[in-house]
Design a binder for this molecule. Structure first.
Ligand code: GLU
Length: 276
């Protein structure tokens, strides 16, 4: 009797220990997988939050431009952002747009202020060290914008006397230093500031993607593109490194838009021509 009692106590103690251990183990497991989820699956967090937060340009006609009167932001990148929201939530209005510039966009993404960047952003090896990119969703190329009648006709006209205007944090600012090493490069915070500087005569040419310059030309037809494209600027949507499910949702959206004809429509609507 006494012996049996001891045995059952031992079994009970052993069982309790096991339960406690299992409990601890279980808890640990839950925490670990929770952290992993946060790191690798931002999509779940976005779904729980109920909206997608996208960093877009507010200064770039045709891609992302804010109308100060209505407060509306419009452009090709905005429509792509809406399509991603629609893909994830079945509702394109479950979207919050936040302003980024070429200089601020990667920091805002790293800080978690935005889920993704859809902002005329070229996929480059240097940037790939910091962010992950979607498939290419637009093909641009760097060019020059000058006042109509300007003696500048292309890269070869950029002499030590030429001031070329560019935007901080853009590939354009970096490329132009390599392509026109003799010219003086002035860098601005955003594209409207750079364009205003060109109009104020602070430089003789403005350089960035042809797609952005096209929007400026529409804003003021006294300005024109010259010299053709001298780089390739494939645009990608950037997400934080390791956000594989969000990236998959974005790539699926791009594929969908291309296969259902919506991509061509958007391209024609904003750029005036069908994609090549
Ligand atoms: N596509 C170029 C870049 O990613 C120029 C446009 C921009 O500044 O966003 O830097």
């Amino acid at each position: 009797m006494r012996k049996r009692f001891q045995w059952s106590t031992l079994v009970l103690v052993a069982l309790s220990c096991l339960l406690v251990l299992a409990g601890c183990g279980g808890k640990q497991e839950a925490t670990t997988s929770g952290n992993e989820a946060a790191a690798s699956n931002g999509l779940e967090a976005i779904k729980q939050r109920g909206k997608l937060v996208i960093g877009v340009k507010y200064d770039t006609k045709l891609f992302g431009l804010k109308d100060p009167a209505s407060g509306k932001v419009e452009g090709f990148d905005i429509d792509i952002a809406k399509a991603v929201a629609k893909h994830i939530f079945g509702d394109e209005t479950k979207l919050e747009l936040k302003e980024v510039t070429s200089k601020t966009r990667i920091t805002l993404l790293q800080n978690g202020d935005i889920d993704a960047i859809i902002a005329t952003m070229t996929i480059s090896d240097e940037r790939k060290k910091q962010v992950d990119f979607s498939d290419v969703y637009f093909n641009a190329g760097q060019s020059l914008l000058v006042k109509k009648g300007s003696p500048i006709t292309g890269l070869e006209s950029l002499t030590p006397d030429t001031k070329v205007l560019a935007v901080k944090g853009s590939t354009s600012a970096k490329n132009i230093r390599e392509k026109a090493p003799k010219a003086t490069i002035l860098e601005f915070e955003n594209y409207q500031d750079a364009f205003n500087a060109l109009k104020a005569g602070k430089g003789q040419a403005l350089t960035t993607d042809n797609s952005i310059l096209l929007g400026m030309q529409q804003q003021d037809p006294n300005y024109t593109l010259v010299g053709g494209n001298f780089t390739e600027e494939p645009y990608g949507i950037a997400v934080k490194k390791g956000q594989t499910e969000l990236l998959q949702a974005i790539n699926d959206t791009i594929k969908e838009l291309k296969s259902n004809g919506e991509y061509d429509k958007l391209h024609e609507q904003w750029l005036g021509v069908k994609p090549e």
